[in-house]
Design a protein around this ligand. Structure first.
Ligand code: PHE
Length: 346
């Protein structure tokens, strides 16, 4: 076996190093880099591997020097490879940054949120009522028994005050529990206590009753309360306000029907139905404000009179949007909620 000359071995190594240097410097992407790595550093057929085989053919005395030279070149090729990889990686990052701004692409659409259908309904009802001269007012959701019951002529023994029908809240150091209001009629009292007639107010908000949730009930729901106190008010005014409201809200000439009913705080009292697509739907209650209620807020029933009504917002919204189960309003399923968009309102 012919011995390999040390000078030739070192010259081979040097050529390999400089070719590797050029190849790695030329690599502009991951693919080019990988190709150069396979050619020079490849574990099976790489050029370094081939030269390493030559080590064995060196003369005994030349082997230590040859080995040192081989290791030095191997290290330097590995270092060159590492350098080149870092360069390619940072270049591809930069060039990506440039590519991201392609001004010829259509813009990506911004996702608009939607107002919840119940809030849409509330806003629309208030704006229609504002056109009829009713000012929107708010009242507290945590109420005392005077405003939720007594001032509305609902005495202590009335079944509406049953603990099973109300969310009472025991309060430390208070002689009587508060409650989550069970109706927005509380706001009638609060406004009348503070202001002198004439009044035209509407109040929309949450009310609470411990009902089992089903397609038409929920322990929390919303009411629209209307109150008008003006000399000479009659049931005819009540009906025409409700009809104007229904026609604006539902569109077209909506018929409104009264059925005799009873509420402690109105006399006479009626249930209000509205006709929708040939069907009569019960929307809530109404009536002439009871003289005892006027008295309880310090008004003189011989001088003032007026009407009040309370409608269910969920019922109105369900009608308008064609929703069969009011629980869907509160499931927070975005696919359900985003279907509803009442155009022509804020
Ligand atoms: N507050 C009554 C209810 O919740 C509705 C109503 C309001 C009736 C105003 C008459 C007048 O059922």
């Amino acid at each position: 076996m012919t011995n390999l000359n040390l000078d030739a071995f070192v010259a081979d190594l040097e050529r390999l190093r400089s070719e590797a240097e050029t190849a790695l410097a030329d690599a502009i992407d991951i693919e080019g880099l990988e190709a150069a790595r396979v050619v020079f550093l490849g574990a099976k057929n790489g050029r370094l591997k081939a030269v390493q085989k030559g080590l064995g053919k060196l003369g005994r005395d030349d082997k230590p020097v040859g080995g040192q030279q081989f290791n030095a070149v191997k290290k330097s090729v590995e270092a060159l490879f590492l350098q080149a990889s870092q360069r390619v990686a940072s270049q591809s990052k930069n060039s990506k940054g440039v590519e991201q701004v392609d001004v010829t692409l259509p813009g990506s659409p911004i996702r608009f949120g939607r107002v919840h259908p119940i809030t849409q309904t509330i806003r629309r009802v208030s704006s229609i009522m504002a056109n009829l001269g009713f000012e929107a007012v708010d009242g507290p959701e945590v109420e005392d028994q005077w405003h939720n019951f007594e001032a509305l002529a609902i005495p202590n023994e009335h079944p509406a005050r049953d603990p099973l029908d109300n969310f009472y809240i025991a309060v430390a150091n208070a002689d009587r529990p508060l409650l989550l209001r069970s109706q927005t009629s509380t706001v009638q009292i609060r406004v009348m206590e503070e202001r002198k007639p004439p009044l035209r107010i509407v109040s929309l908000g949450r009310v609470y009753r411990p009902d089992t949730a089903d397609a038409t009930h929920y322990p929390m729901f919303h009411q629209v309360e209307g109150l008008l106190i003006e000399p000479g008010t009659t049931m005819a005014h009540l009906k025409s306000v409700l009809r104007s409201f229904a026609s604006s809200f539902l569109g077209g000439d909506v018929r409104v029907r009264f059925r005799p009913s009873f509420f402690p705080f109105t006399e006479p009292s009626v249930e209000v139905d509205m006709e929708w697509n040939g069907r009569w739907i019960e929307m809530g209650g109404a009536g002439m404000v009871d003289p005892s209620v006027l008295q309880s807020v310090g008004y003189d029933p011989d001088e003032v009179c007026g009407f009040a009504f309370g409608l269910g917002v969920e019922r109105i919204a369900a009608r308008r949007f064609g929703v069969a189960d009011i629980r869907d309003f509160y499931r927070n399923d975005i696919r359900f909620l985003e279907q509803f968009h009442d155009r022509g309102q804020a």
